[in-house]
Design a protein. Structure first.
Length: 130
């Protein structure tokens, strides 16, 4: 996260970042001065994926599962937000395309809706499992 703020607001933003990232150990929160950017905050999280799982198809499957598990904070919404903000990685478009292919959606917003609809349908068919 690149910030253009007053130094007095850093504590509050570090707290927000800590909560946003799931309250990791505080020593994982980093603050650095970065050239012309000024202050950069980030959370140095360890990867929970193996090297073999870092590919578009595996990421798409994890993203779809994340919508089912945590609808309000899922990887498809996060990916869509990153694309909108111009945050692009070498896997971004292949990852997006794999999600669209698996869900039959035309965009990531529709993919989320399709998955949520299928979850609700399963819950209605099996009310004892909700």
């Amino acid at each position: 996260m690149v910030l253009d703020i007053q130094k007095s607001a850093l504590g509050e933003l570090m707290e927000w970042l800590w909560e946003r990232e799931g309250e990791p150990p505080r020593d994982r929160l980093k603050q650095v001065e970065c050239g012309g950017f000024g202050c950069v905050l980030y959370c140095d999280l360890e990867s929970n994926l193996s090297d073999e799982e870092i590919n578009a198809e595996s990421l798409a499957q994890f993203a779809i599962e994340s919508v089912r598990k945590i609808p309000m904070r899922n990887a498809i919404g996060y990916l869509a937000q990153n694309i909108e903000q111009g945050i692009i990685t070498p896997l971004t478009y292949a990852y997006r395309d794999a999600i669209l292919r698996r869900t039959g959606a035309v965009d990531l917003t529709e993919a989320e809706k399709i998955i949520l609809h299928s979850v609700r349908g399963m819950q209605e068919a099996n009310p004892s499992k909700t």
